[in-house]
Design a protein around this ligand. Structure first.
Ligand code: SF4
Length: 458
């Protein structure tokens, strides 16, 4: 993950990656528009659906999560709660170790990305293999997703063919169909040797006690058929009341995400052993990781996100930078709001993100959950400004105030500031400090001279 600010990242991005990003994002936005217009030609129908989605996502979550947990347990699943990323990782590791699981299949999940699960398991000798093609492509290159729906959006088919060749998956062949077939062959072996499967969930149905997984490649079904244990890590905002409300989201998700009337597969997982060859055990880990805090804040609307990616497809900044420039799991307008919030005390590290927005309002026009993204981005600008100033004040003024509030310490310290004259100021003329010093000359420190003068002449 890049450590540069988003501006620096954009400057250094190669033209071919920029083109890949722009082409794919523009095509997605146009596809979404056409797909929704074809499905709902009547005036105002799409807007009504979006309003309905927003209303469902506005229902109080605490009761829904409780109900979902009860229903899931009635269906035979074990339900656990994790307050933060560390607890979620340990919980999942504990289950896998208890089962002696070494080979894990992953079904695409941004929530597991959020907690850095693959790397964590890898360091403990558990091999977690991504079964979604886009996720597999970036996993092979030790990259993070560049987009929440199309994780390898920044990669061309030539890049992928080279990568497959270097990992011994296939001979160099940039035909997309051949790439897909090679990945399929590679993954088949993994399916047969899997001990467990880890997924997220697009939705959790509180009444039915079921997880809903929307995929395009059938990898969820394949993964479930091979493994004995299924662990689902789910942000608690994914809970909706029942299958009735699900219809609203299924009508919006595929169209907003990939310009499809529906994703190719929509799997309902209502407890272990319900389908032939399905896992014998099922664990659902509800993740908080800052969500309760966000829910109580002025940013609670961001939890209505259904992870369709439409806002980033439309965003003029994302189209030129891609997801890696945002230095966090969630990019684009969604990430500008969510990433600093999830960072908690480290919010200052993302202070540049809210500025990476022209406030064109395109994201709000796309969002199927009608999240007022530009308003939230403006609020985030205020928040990071306050937090960054606080950090600067803490660093700059706390030591100063400790010295200045004691006359004795102050008197002893003032002559010492002459030591600052020994600083190699010329070699510090780099970066922002260099630009600041270009038009300024630092005077010599003359600590204590006034006191000496005053003693003599005063
Ligand atoms: S914020 Fe809205 S448009 Fe963006 S990913 Fe979430 S639901 Fe989709």
């Amino acid at each position: 993950m890049s450590l540069q600010t988003i501006d620096e990242f954009a400057k250094n991005l190669s033209p071919s990656v920029k083109k890949a990003l722009t082409d794919a994002s523009v095509a997605s936005t146009e596809g979404r528009k056409k797909c929704l217009a074809a499905a709902y030609p009547e005036d105002g129908r799409v807007m009504r659906l979006r309003e309905l989605a927003n209303a469902i996502k506005s229902l109080p979550l605490s009761g829904l999560v409780e109900r979902a947990a009860d229903s899931l347990e009635k269906n035979g699943a074990k339900v656990l709660f994790a307050s933060d990323a560390a607890e979620a990782r340990e919980t999942i590791l504990g289950i896998l170790e208890a089962k002696g699981a070494k080979n894990v299949l992953k079904i695409k999940s941004m929530t597991t990305e959020e907690i850095g699960l693959n790397e964590f398991l890898g360091e403990r000798g558990i091999d977690a293999v991504e079964t979604d093609l886009g996720e597999l492509i970036i996993q092979l290159e030790h990259e993070k997703p560049s987009h929440i729906v199309k994780p390898a959006i920044h990669r061309t088919r030539r890049d992928i063919a080279k990568s497959f060749e270097s990992h011994g998956i296939a001979e160099y062949d940039e035909d997309p169909q051949h790439i897909t077939l090679a990945a399929r062959k590679y993954l088949r072996k993994k399916y047969f040797s899997a001990d467990a499967v880890v997924s997220g969930a697009n939705y959790v149905l509180a009444k039915e006690g079921a997880l809903v997984l929307a995929t395009n490649e059938g990898n969820a079904r394949f993964s479930m058929a091979g493994a004995k244990t299924h662990i689902a890590l789910v942000g608690f905002e994914k809970v909706i009341p029942s299958a009735r409300e699900l219809a609203v989201f299924l009508n919006l998700l595929g169209r907003s995400a990939t310009a499809q009337n529906s994703t190719v597969y929509t799997d309902f997982v209502a407890g272990p052993g319900k389908a032939k060859n399905s896992p014998e055990e099922m664990y659902v880990v509800f993740l908080d990781n800052g969500r309760s805090r966000i829910l109580r804040s002025e940013f609670s609307d961001i939890l209505k996100c259904i992870r369709c990616g439409a806002c980033m497809n439309r965003c003029p900044v994302f189209r030129l930078v891609g997801g890696h420039g945002y230095r966090a799991v969630y990019p684009g307008p969604l990430g500008i709001v969510l990433s600093p919030l999830l960072a908690g005390d480290k919010i200052g590290e993302y202070a540049d993100l809210p500025k990476a927005c022209s406030l064109c309002g395109g994201c709000a026009e796309e969002c199927p959950s009608k999240i007022p993204l530009p308003d939230l981005i403006l609020k985030m600008r205020d928040l990071v400004k306050t937090k960054s100033l606080k950090v600067a004040n803490d660093i700059g003024f706390k030591p100063w105030s400790a010295v200045a509030s004691s006359p004795k310490v102050w008197r002893a310290a003032v002559p010492l500031n002459r030591l600052a004259n020994l600083l190699p100021v010329d070699s510090l003329r780099i970066g922002p400090l260099g630009r600041w010093l270009k038009t300024r000359t630092l005077p010599k420190f003359r600590g204590g001279e006034f006191r000496k003068w005053f003693k003599k002449n005063g």
